[in-house]
Design a protein around this ligand. Structure first.
Ligand SMILES: *Cc1c(COP(=O)(O)O)cnc(C)c1O
Length: 367
């Protein structure tokens, strides 16, 4: 007999994160992972720094102060909040808690990759529902529900497409699902959305016992390095997550920095304003260069590069990389003609638009 992992695990294609360096290039522009180009809140940085004197101490396993800070800032019940080492951990724990071999985990075709990875690692079967205009389609999702469906994941807004569903559409999805199916609304980019018909989904969580909302500190709060996320849950789901998670799954530094970040509403507002301004500017300039940006409510833009993948998106990726600009290839998401570009600083955004305009002009000029 040979040592064998559980079924499904070797079918997992390991998640590949955005590139962070280019050999030979000293200063790279990192626009591949949707990080906050303005950095973390100064308050979060100083809260983190203070923790260096207590590295010998275990963290508060209940993350009480952080949950209290989140509850106050968002008008939520702290007892329903569970913190995790990034929302990725919470996504994996939700699947482990509610699905296993023989069960199905439903998501939309270009939904965040972690959903199918988490399903496979739990031995469950990921099922993708088609989208309409690169947007989750409520009817198509409901049509894929079977007696084996245990969870439905909806990234709202979605990464990498940048599209979103209105609060009414998400409610229609919940209303159409059987009661015993858990709907997980992954609102990693909620803070960036300004559309009036959008909701992160907290009110749906409170309306029943089968909706969870996940959030992250990795995006607008600029704390990706610390690995911090949270879930807003019905009491029964919070209980399951609290049994499954490691007793000290979130470091004290992350808890302290997170609580400080939540209190810095000015930094959040500044980050949102920067994003709105430069996202619009980038979309306009990509269009002017002959590329096809999709509408986005997140801190990134999905853009289609004309031509086949090799001469279009792949070549554009290499062109940018040679200039120290790192963006994300989209073949793993089934979008080989596209790139995903995070909104960077003004300098980074201008440099990216300029390089892509040069690339498109050169490509368009070729016979
Ligand atoms: C970035 C991202 C996350 C988050 O991740 P963390 O593990 O909290 O860093 C979750 N969902 C989506 C859709 C994302 O894009």
């Amino acid at each position: 007999m040979t040592l064998t992992p559980r079924p499904g695990i070797l079918e997992v294609a390991p998640y590949v994160g955005g590139e962070a360096s280019v050999p030979g290039v000293k200063r790279v522009m990192r626009l591949a992972s949707n990080e906050n180009p303005l950095g973390a809140s100064p308050r979060a940085i100083s809260a983190y720094s203070v923790l260096k004197d207590d590295l010998n101490r275990y963290p508060d396993g209940a993350a009480a102060r952080l949950r209290q800070a989140l509850a106050e800032a968002e008008g939520l019940d702290p007892a329903r909040i569970v913190c995790g080492a990034g929302s990725d951990e919470l996504i994996a724990l939700l699947v482990r808690g509610y699905a296993g071999p023989g069960d199905e985990v439903l998501h939309s075709a270009h939904g965040f990759l972690m959903y199918s990875i988490a399903a496979k690692t739990a031995g469950a079967t990921p099922v993708a529902a088609p989208e309409r205009d690169l947007t989750a389609d409520v009817e198509a999702l409901l049509a894929r529900v079977t007696g084996r469906t245990r969870l439905v994941f909806l990234a709202n807004p979605n990464n990498p497409t940048g599209s979103y569903l209105s609060a009414d559409q998400v409610r229609a999805l919940r209303d159409g699902l059987p009661d015993e199916v858990l709907l997980v609304i992954d609102a990693a980019y909620a803070e960036y959305v300004e559309e009036a018909d959008y909701s992160s989904g907290a009110e749906l969580v409170e309306a029943g016992d089968n909706v969870v909302m996940t959030r992250t500190f990795s995006k607008i709060h600029g704390l990706a390095s610390l690995r911090l996320g949270w879930a807003y849950c019905p009491p029964g789901v919070a209980d399951v997550l609290n049994r499954l998670r490691g007793p000290f799954n979130v470091t004290q530094a992350a808890q302290a920095a997170g609580a400080a970040a939540v209190s810095d509403t000015e930094h959040v507002a500044r980050s949102r304003r920067h994003n709105v301004q430069w996202r619009a500017w980038l979309a306009e300039n990509l269009s002017a260069a002959g590329l096809r940006p999709y509408p986005s409510v997140g801190n990134f833009i999905l853009v289609e590069v004309p031509g086949d993948p090799e001469t279009g998106a792949d070549a554009a990726l290499a062109y940018l990389k040679a200039r120290g600009i790192l963006v994300r290839a989209m073949a793993a998401y089934g979008l080989p003609k596209c790139l995903r570009i995070s909104i960077g600083t003004e300098e980074e955004t201008r440099a990216t638009a300029e390089a892509l305009a040069e690339f498109a002009a050169a490509a368009g000029g070729a016979p």
